[in-house]
Design a protein around this ligand. Structure first.
Ligand SMILES: *[C@@H]1O[C@H](CO)[C@@H](O)[C@H](O)[C@H]1NC(C)=O
Ligand SMILES: *[C@@H]1O[C@H](CO)[C@@H](O)[C@H](O)[C@H]1NC(C)=O
Ligand SMILES: *[C@@H]1O[C@H](CO)[C@@H](O)[C@H](O)[C@H]1NC(C)=O
Length: 157
């Protein structure tokens, strides 16, 4: 089982930026969150052979906060965002580089399901950082069908 701490660092990176300002250094902070791969169907009692996407690892008893080869349960999403607020509640900005949905086949998704997952994460982040500017970027898993986002004439985005 993955420990909470290891799992948190898996999806959160914090970077301190320094930039010269006259002769003194000004220090700013930002959060970079990426690859939530939130699995709305994750459960600790689930059959990992069906629920988890990578079967090269032994993940027969999925943990509360996720497991190797599996996508992210709601508990981990919530704990990660709570940890962000605890560690740095007022970053200068938040970079959010997408890949929000689970590694499951397109047959389990629709545009509405993908948009709902992005909406749920947006809502959680916005509630936790109501006054922070976000710079969101879409990943290949943030479109239905995945990897197929078109360059023009895109109805959804
Ligand atoms: C979650 O499970 C339900 C019920 O089996 C299924 O209809 C749905 O497509 C699944 N969604 C995802 C995103 O895996
Ligand atoms: C974030 O929350 C504020 C306050 O509730 C709301 O006005 C705003 O529309 C929300 N932004 C997004 C992107 O959901
Ligand atoms: C966000 O800004 C509003 C308006 O200035 C303020 O009332 C609120 O306390 C701020 N929230 C946080 C979490 O900083």
């Amino acid at each position: 089982m993955v420990t909470l701490q290891k799992a948190l660092w898996g999806i959160i990176l914090v970077v301190l930026v320094t930039c010269p300002y006259h002769t003194q250094a000004r220090i700013g902070t930002f959060w970079h969150v990426t690859d939530f791969h939130y699995d709305v169907n994750y459960t600790t009692t689930g059959d990992s052979q069906n629920m988890c996407w990578d079967h090269r690892v032994d993940n027969t008893s999925p943990g509360k906060f996720g497991d190797y080869g599996c996508d992210t349960p709601l508990e981990l999403v919530t704990a990660a965002i709570q940890a962000m607020v605890k560690i740095q509640p007022k970053p200068d900005f938040i970079l959010w580089t997408g890949d929000d949905t689970a590694h499951v086949a397109d047959k389990y998704f629709t545009t509405t399901k993908v948009v709902n997952i992005i909406h749920e994460l947006t809502d959680k982040l916005n509630r936790s950082f109501p006054n922070t500017t976000f710079f969101p970027v879409l990943g290949n898993h943030d479109y239905y069908p995945k990897n197929q986002v078109s360059h023009y004439g895109n109805h959804d985005y």
